[in-house]
Design a binder for this molecule. Structure first.
Ligand code: ZN
Length: 263
């Protein structure tokens, strides 16, 4: 598996991290904000906008290093679904960028600042538009709820022994925290797994978005079951080892039942 950690080189990452830290005023101020939709507090040192800044160079590098395809059979499907999901999630499709990467990887991801990457490998096994919508809804939910910002903040909070000054000078640990927060790591090629809590939230809101966009939410269950059955090689972003497949499929079914009952 190719290491995407190296994209842009260490210096570029350090610059990115310093920029991110400066923007965040990192470690000078802790913010714990209640998110009403999620029904819980989020530890956030960084805003959506700051995470978007952090992600933008990574996205540019990624597009230079990974082959993008304009093949109609992929792009047409993706361009048909993406705007509907983005709108259903409360966004403006004109502010998002969606790219299809030519790779056998069964994977997809979204980055802060409205970037969606989807691989031809996963599109090849999707039976219909609703399944594309299920995966996109999940990824867009991670962005909407600033899950990577939370991951970044948790990593920063865990580094209390490190002063901001030495972090900036040394790069090392904070840089790996930023890389991890964005989810662009060597371990899985592109994405590091989110926590169980984040995955379940992305599933829950993802299925709402797809239903709101007019897709049959049962296709999400079908797709997740199919993914669970054919685990091999690097797990897709949305199928990390936790939560268990049974847990997330049960939650999806519960959520769909709620949608059906109109609550
Ligand atoms: Zn996910």
């Amino acid at each position: 598996m190719k290491s995407l950690l190296k994209i842009g080189g260490a210096r570029a990452w350090r610059a990115l991290v310093i920029k991110g830290l400066a923007a965040a005023g990192v470690m000078t101020l802790a913010a714990c904000a209640y998110n009403e939709s999620l029904g819980r507090n989020q530890l956030l040192f960084v805003s959506q906008g700051q995470m978007a800044q952090l992600a933008s160079s990574a996205w540019t590098d990624l597009k230079q290093k990974e082959p993008i395809t304009n093949e109609a059979k992929y792009v047409n499907r993706v361009n048909r679904v993406a705007p509907k999901i983005i709108r259903a999630a409360g966004g403006n499709p004109a502010e998002w960028e969606v790219r299809v990467f030519k790779s056998d990887q069964i994977n997809a991801f979204a980055l802060p600042g409205g970037k969606i990457g989807i691989y031809t490998g996963i599109l090849d096994i999707m039976e219909n538009d609703a399944q594309i919508a299920a995966v996109m809804g999940h990824e867009v939910a991670h962005v909407n709820f600033n899950h990577s910002g939370e991951r970044y903040s948790q990593a920063a909070a865990a580094q209390t022994a490190l002063s901001a000054g030495s972090a900036i000078a040394g790069g090392g640990q904070v840089s790996s925290a930023a890389v991890q927060a964005l989810g662009i790591g060597a371990q899985y090629g592109v994405l590091l797994p989110f926590s169980r809590k984040h995955e379940l939230e992305a599933d829950k809101f993802g299925v709402r978005y797809m239903a709101r966009a007019g897709y049959n939410p049962n296709e999400a269950v079908k797709f997740w079951e199919k993914m669970a059955a054919q685990k091999s090689g690097a797990p897709p972003e949305f199928l990390s080892s936790h939560p268990s497949d049974a847990t997330r499929i049960a939650q999806l079914k519960k959520e769909i039942a709620l949608l059906r009952s109109g609550s």
